[in-house]
Design a protein around this ligand. Structure first.
Ligand code: SF4
Length: 213
């Protein structure tokens, strides 16, 4: 494995004949950073190339790592409910993560795997996959789910509390994009006031829905 500064998925991203299927197949063999070593599999984005909105989360969780699809666990179910309530058809959304392998700690082999936040360097290493997804899907709007996705897309000074529920216009991977940041749905599940946190998520997604019309 290369030194940490050299971590990058770039050599694994196909240069020609790109399609979501080709990207997904290539990402299955990515060794751009050490996170592939302990995870079960690469969890690439899911959805149609024609999707109008792209949702970007942090990284796959335990269920996603086992099933190989993003947002299939409890946070994904909550996100689907919030999207529908805000007026965005979950079937018209492409969902992906800033980091495509599950990072976790585990006290012993049979113990529960505990989510561990990826570093900015790991998110940057995985960036070429997100850039390739954006270039193919060309979404009208990106919904940024939480701090890790925000820092990966908008830089280390990103603070979700300062910009959530607003429409930002930024250049992302060389393309002008419109983005609406909000919290990650797993933060809603962890909140003491879960109903209040959920209402906040729906409210931010309503801003995204309004920006799509
Ligand atoms: S986390 Fe991203 S860069 Fe690292 S091995 Fe997985 S797909 Fe490649």
């Amino acid at each position: 494995m290369t030194p940490e500064d050299d971590y990058t998925a770039q050599p694994f991203v196909p240069k020609r004949g790109r399609s979501l299927t080709a990207l997904r197949d290539a990402a299955a063999g990515c060794r751009g950073c050490p996170l592939h070593r302990d995870a079960t599999q690469t969890v690439f984005g899911a959805g149609k190339a024609s999707a109008r909105v792209m949702l970007v989360g942090e990284q796959p969780g335990d269920q996603e790592d086992r099933q190989g699809r993003p947002f299939v666990g409890p946070a994904g179910k909550l996100l689907d409910r919030a999207l529908a309530e805000a007026g965005i058809d979950p079937a018209d959304a492409y969902v992906t993560n800033a980091v495509k392998h599950f990072k976790f700690t585990q006290a012993e082999p049979r113990k529960r795997r505990i989510h561990k936040a990826p570093t900015l360097r790991e998110a940057t290493a995985c960036g070429p996959w997100l850039a390739a997804e954006l270039a193919l899907v060309e979404p009208e709007l990106i919904v940024v789910l939480g701090a890790t996705a925000g820092k990966a897309l908008l830089g280390s000074s990103f603070r979700v509390t300062q910009v959530r529920g607003t429409v930002l216009e930024e250049e992302i991977h060389g393309r002008p994009e419109r983005l609406v940041p909000t919290v990650h749905p797993s933060a809603v599940l962890r909140a003491d006031d879960r109903e209040g946190a959920y209402r906040g998520l729906v409210s931010d997604l309503e801003v995204a829905a309004g920006a799509l019309t």
